[in-house]
Design a protein around this ligand. Sequence first.
Ligand code: NAD
Ligand code: TYD
Length: 337
Amino acid sequence: MSELLVTGGAGFIGSNFILYWLKKHPEDNIVNLDKLTYAGNLENLKEVEKNSHYRFIQGDISDPKIVDQAMAKTDIVVHFAAESHVDRSIMDPAPFVKTNVEGTYVLLQTALKHKIKRFHHIGTDEVFGHLELNSSELFNEQTPYNPRSPYAASKAASDHLVRAYYHTYNLPITISNCSNNFGPYHFPEKFIPLAITNLLENKKIPIYGDGLYVRDWLYVEDHCRAIDLILEKGKLGETYLVGGLTQDISNLEVAKKILKIMGKADTELEMIKDRPGHDRRYAIDWQKIKQELGWSPQHSFDQALEETIKWYQEHQQWWSRVKSGDYQTYYQKQYTR
Ligand code: NAD
Ligand code: TYD
């Protein structure tokens, strides 16, 4: 039996991870430390809120006192908490530096103090910058860091700190850098859930620039399985890249697939102004985690996209509540030209 501290467990991937973990490892205990920013939503965790193996603490990872209390009995830290949206980081980088850099530092210091057995850090492929369109190049564990947005830069800084604590203080760490996740409970400011929920509201899908930007798409359940395997068999100090089964699919192509599945016409696309410094292409080589730990993604993009659309169709109440309030203010700022 293990005691896990999950940070950012009320967010998209963190909540999927908690639901996954308590099903797969029902004997373990999880403490979820989350500040509940605009992206944190305890409704994601309704299914487990009465589970005696689960406890929620509202608090900021950059607050050493709260982190110290939360980590009192922890064996394993799984660190998801972050400001995660590139467009928000362009509007205001300050919370990105505070949470992603300083927050990670506070967690690392506290993990040393409590002699944590494993500190797993959730990184992003965006730390590597971007690749050329129509090239066959893929990111791998040796790719040099070259972050290009305040979000990516703050996540790069956190990866470096985590690695430094391994080399300098022998903190038992592992890192995974993954591509764009999608699936249930995805906050509808990100591309796929925004596109689906806009169509459900009879609005158009906003496409930045020429729409020929390429992302690697990873179904969130495949990601949770990868983290599980890294915790079980991953080598201390190592980094693993985690990616999906898409092969150079552009945002326009993704949008057209969504339109087709939802029975809508291509006229429901709206080309809008581009994101500054927009990364052109991400692509992941996940051979290391495959060869060393036996992981590979199990969900094809088309099948997982259909399931995700179905989930949003069946969870209208969840996303319409998220789309009100703070989200509306943000939406207006971002999408009024
Ligand atoms: P998210 O924005 O949905 O959730 C982030 C969670 O962290 C929220 O619940 C929020 O309340 C919490 N949080 C934010 N600041 C906090 C603070 N100071 N203290 C405590 N809690 C705080 O993010 P996500 O999409 O679930 O991403 C989780 C992690 O995965 C992040 O580290 C992100 O960088 C990384 N990642 C995400 C993707 C993706 O496609 N979503 C891809 C690669 C990496
Ligand atoms: P996003 O979901 O914000 O993830 P990231 O920027 O971290 O990759 O965006 C995914 C891609 O979709 C990215 O190329 C930007 C693009 N995009 C749009 O075209 N329209 C939108 O409304 C959003 C939110 C994103």
